[in-house]
Design a protein around this ligand. Structure first.
Ligand code: ATP
Ligand code: MG
Length: 672
């Protein structure tokens, strides 16, 4: 059985969307950096055929090197020993802050949009430099030096960015842990990374509620001997928050003792800049290691060319700094280019669903970058708020984290973009460091539902998962792999290089395996189909569960859905579909006959869109789906529950709504 049997989705036939003229008119320079498809193709070919020259030039153009590199690239994907910019030395903090503070001291670096809008403020590059130096001074006093790991457990405030850059300034390695994690998950990550210092705050503010951040830290670090010091930023200043004498120190008091400038410690391009744990959608999270030179270059180049970001633009990444999107596109990308970045502490629903649009209007944001899950929420409950605000400053709308269904793409384009923006559906991963496949805004047409074309240096390949052969040409379906090294690729899994090799480089020797399925259509555009684990084989037909999800989500009653495959005596595998209904249907629970009717309709929908063999064996209506803390659906939990293996649910540390598990179990029990 080959992947040719995969259903080529009819979405392939959607028309290309040209860049709206308004996008160019609104641009400061009246044109995008990459002018057209021909220029993209020319640069792309250079980046693939002569990566050393291409990225060597780019690295010297966009980054400041304290010591120039002597060789651009060595190593191979087979061996897992890739290295870029050898013997070069640089400092990420210098690149993101110092050089802009010298050139443009009063330019705004960070715009803090606090949980309570009354607490908002802005920070110039010059102020940012001083604030970073002071924290770096504290860390240095505590013995933090090049190569040490520092844990950061902070909500999305300027202090999170300052802490990361202070660590980078000393040549040390930051490990940010999303501030929604439990004490146990925090502990596992701090211990795995071997952090000796942790930077946190007393309490967090989110959606008007107070979160006991320090209490979680105290609980998680109880008995962890390796942590000698904790720096505590007083976000709320609640005097009741306990401090452990000799270990815990207040941020402001310690910074007050430090000088306003301390020099950067340049590190080798291949020294780690940070480690970051993946979302845990498919298994236990991996501590991905990124290096200073290659990562920073990937962040700068993708931010500039994918988003067509100009120096006077204002970039709004709605994602948290606890995830890779926050690292690359709230911090390192925009700041390395000297552009203002909005740091958003709150939620799209607080104090009302107008929050995002108010931010865009207030700061005249030009770029908005968000996950489809947030857009689904707005579409479901918050659409009425949009028209109350003037968001015409927007030029580029980004999407990340999951496939964006064509109908949601259209909605985003019409309702938020007013058909005047470019939609950038960006496909990438914690491990890739920066975008893999994404439109270059203004350079070539997009297609709703497609991540379009590979970025410079991304030698994308579609592989037949059955025989491991690359499928060349267009109109092919298989797994997505990358054929040659790119600068911002992860170099290892922290303390577990073997897991790195086994997860990414061994499955298809000579290729980096993304773990995702994808198709390449007749125009060479890529369509991400979901996780490779989520392919099912029903009576000899291989199909990706995301195909079924697209069909189900087209039904007007469905708000979100997930399909999984389970073993079946008759057909090999059978499909079970889980779905949550739209608000109004949930508020007026239908009687059992109506639900039965709805189930039948949904099955007919899948039969009609894909074929009778794709019909779900069961359609299970649930209140909500299990989600990771970064908002992704955890299909592996649904798979285990439907396969009667609920005792083996695996690592649930990144599950955001554990209370849903017993409800899912009883919903499944009721069905079978
Ligand atoms: P884990 O690796 O621990 O299972 P994860 O893969 O969810 O977790 P991330 O690195 O946060 O962790 O997510 C990367 C994955 O998200 C990609 O491999 C892909 O499956 C999905 N993804 C990201 N962006 C897109 C996109 N634009 N379209 C489709 N899928 C996307
Ligand atoms: Mg992954």
């Amino acid at each position: 059985m080959t992947m040719d049997h995969l259903i080529v989705h009819e979405a392939h036939n959607v028309a290309m969307r040209d860049t709206p003229q308004h996008f160019y008119d609104k641009q400061p320079s009246r044109g995008s950096y990459i002018k057209n498809k021909d220029q993209y193709t020319e640069w792309y070919n250079q980046s693939i055929n002569n990566p050393e020259q291409f990225f060597g030039n780019m690295a010297r153009e966009y980054l400041h090197w304290d010591k120039d590199f002597t060789k651009t690239l060595t190593g191979s994907l087979e061996k897992g020993d890739v290295a870029w910019f050898l013997n070069g030395e640089l400092n990420a903090c210098y690149n993101c802050v110092d050089r802009h503070a010298f050139a443009n001291p009063d330019k705004i670096a960070l715009i803090y949009e606090a949980d309570d809008e009354k607490d908002n403020y802005k920070i110039t590059f010059n102020e940012l430099l001083t604030r970073i130096c002071k924290v770096a001074g504290v860390l240095q006093k505590w013995g933090v030096k090049k190569g040490d790991t520092v844990g950061i457990y902070l909500p999305m405030t300027p202090e999170a960015i300052i802490a990361m850059l202070a660590v980078a300034r000393l040549g040390a390695i930051h490990s940010v842990i999303f501030a929604g994690f439990s004490a146990g998950s925090l502990k596992d990550r701090i211990v795995d990374a071997g952090c000796k210092v942790v930077i946190t705050c007393d309490e967090g503010k989110r959606g008007g509620k107070t979160v006991n951040i320090k209490r979680i830290v105290d609980e998680g670090l109880n008995g962890v001997q390796s942590v000698s010091h904790i720096l505590v930023f007083q976000r709320t200043g609640n005097p009741q928050v306990p401090m452990t004498a000799g270990r815990d120190y207040y941020w402001d008091a310690e910074c007050a003792k430090q000088r306003s400038y301390i020099p950067c410690v340049p590190i080798n391009a291949e020294d780690p800049l940070f480690l970051l744990y993946t979302s845990g959608s498919t298994g236990s999270p991996k501590g991905v290691v990124h290096t200073a030179g290659g990562y920073l270059l990937g962040a700068a180049l993708t931010t500039r060319f994918v988003f067509d970001l100009h120096p006077e633009d204002v970039f709004f990444t709605a994602g948290d700094v606890g995830w890779i999107t926050g690292h690359t596109y709230a911090l390192y990308g925009p700041l390395s280019l000297g552009t203002s970045s909005i740091i958003f502490e709150s939620t799209p629903a607080y104090p009302d669903y107008g929050r995002y649009w108010r931010i865009i209007e207030r700061y005249q944001a030009t770029h908005f970058y968000v996950a489809p899950t947030a857009m689904r929420l707005i579409k479901k409950v918050g659409e009425a708020e949009i028209s109350k605000y003037n968001i015409s400053s927007l030029r580029v709308l980004g999407s990340v984290g999951e496939p964006i269904a064509p109908d949601l793409w259209e909605w985003y384009n019409e309702k938020i973009g007013n058909e005047n923006c470019v939609i950038c559906d960006t496909m990438w991963q914690t491990e890739s460091g920066s975008h893999l496949i994404a439109p270059l805004a203004g350079a070539f047409p997009t297609k709703p539902g497609s991540a379009t074309l590979p970025f410079f240096g991304i030698n994308a390949a579609i592989i037949d998962p059955v025989n491991g052969q690359e499928l060349t040409g267009n109109d092919v379906e298989g797994v997505l792999a990358i054929k040659s090294p790119w600068p911002s690729m992860a170099r290892s899994v922290w303390n577990d290089h073997q897991r790195y090799m086994e997860t990414y480089l061994k499955p298809y020797p000579g290729f980096y395996f993304t773990g995702d399925n994808a198709g390449r259509d007749h125009d060479g555009y890529y369509w991400i189909r979901g996780r490779a684990d989520d392919v099912v084989n029903v009576s000899g037909h291989r199909l990706s569960t995301s195909e079924i999800e697209v069909a189900l989500s087209e039904h007007p009653a469905v708000s979100e859905c997930a399909a999984v495959g389970i073993a079946d005596d008759l057909t090999g595998q059978a499909i079970i579909a889980f779905l949550a209904l739209k608000n109004e249907e949930m508020e007026h629970p239908a009687n059992p006959e109506d639900l039965q009717l709805l189930r039948r309709e949904l099955i007919m929908k899948v039969r009609g869109s894909i074929g009778p063999f794709a019909s779900p064996k069961s359609v299970i209506i649930v209140e909500d789906l299990p989600r990771t803390r970064s908002g992704k659906i955890m299909r592996r939990v649904l798979r285990k529950i439907s396969s009667n293996e609920a005792e083996e649910l695996g690592d649930l540390s990144t599950l955001a709504n554990p209370e849903i598990v017993p409800k899912l179990l009883s919903a499944v029990d009721a069905q079978f």
